[in-house]
Design a protein around this ligand. Structure first.
Ligand code: SAH
Length: 258
């Protein structure tokens, strides 16, 4: 990238963009974008957020949609550091919260190895925010004393072992990156005899094309297929799903159809 400009003060902001609705960015996030020289943004961030950055700022899409490997993590790390050294303030805009399955710490660590100062601005994670927008509380007195946020797809492509543990508990279980593994995940809950546990799948939470299906462990797979639920989506298993305003009506409707 040529000669280093010594007047440049490299710094990086790891910024959580929230679950999709651009109004769910924090005020601190807006302020960071306003002083960006470069914005590196992911697939699950809303491009409307880029309007907070100066027109002259460089905006680079570094998305890794599942199945596509346009940008490997190493390439993103290098790009981020190169831009910081050459242009100054890099805002690394990441979907949801940077540290919830966001590989944020890897980026922080890499920047650290170049002594580039990093600020972290948390974002509303889809794991809590998306159920919340649907009026499904992740905890509720008398129904759920804890919640687990688990990946449906670990780095070796398997469902996390933690799902087997969580399925034995009374916790609310929120699974990210799990839609493709829904058949297997449903079997894990069934193996624990939890056929009647309420379950929901939310696609594109907080955006205009948000879609929700609710059911029970026994029916959620079929309902999701019928409604053609697609990624990005998250799965919610737990009694709290029964608090959804339309849970009872939806359950009855599906029972009538099937
Ligand atoms: N750091 C992000 C999660 C990254 S993993 C966060 O805190 O939200 C990406 C996964 O998050 C997706 O595969 C999907 O399971 C979930 N996800 C992210 N945004 C979502 C949204 N708007 N609606 C539903 N699920 C979402």
């Amino acid at each position: 990238m040529g000669e280093r400009n010594l007047n440049i003060e490299p710094k990086i902001t790891l910024l959580g963009a929230g679950p999709g609705d651009p109004d769910l960015l924090t005020l601190k996030g807006v302020k960071a974008l306003q002083t960006a020289d470069v914005v590196l943004y992911d697939a699950l961030t809303n491009e409307a957020l880029l309007t907070h950055a100066p027109a002259a700022a460089i905006k680079v899409y570094v998305g890794k949609r599942s199945g596509e490997h346009s940008f490997e993590q190493d390439a993103i790390n290098k790009l981020m550091v190169d831009y910081a050294l050459n242009y100054g303030h890099v805002v690394r805009l990441k979907g949801g919260d940077p540290f919830v399955f966001g590989r944020g710490y890897e980026e922080l660590d890499y920047a650290d190895s170049y002594n580039i100062p990093v600020t972290v601005i948390p974002g509303i994670s889809s794991s809590i925010g998306v159920p919340g927008l649907q009026q499904i509380p992740v905890t509720h007195r008398g129904l759920s004393e804890s919640f687990w946020v688990i990946t449906g797809t670990t780095s070796n492509g398997q469902v996390s072992d933690d799902i087997y543990q969580a399925a034995k508990s009374n916790a609310t279980v929120i699974i990210l990156m799990g839609l493709k593994k829904l058949p297997q995940i449903v079997e894990i809950f069934k193996a624990e005899g939890r056929h009647d546990l309420p379950a929901a799948v939310v696609q594109n939470g907080s955006s205009d094309n948000e879609k929700l299906v609710v059911g029970k462990v026994d029916s959620i797979l079929e309902i999701s297929k019928k409604e053609k639920i697609e990624a990005p989506a998250l799965l919610i298993f737990g009694e709290v799903v029964s608090l959804h305003p339309s849970f009872k009506t939806l359950i009855k409707q599906y029972a009538a159809i099937s």
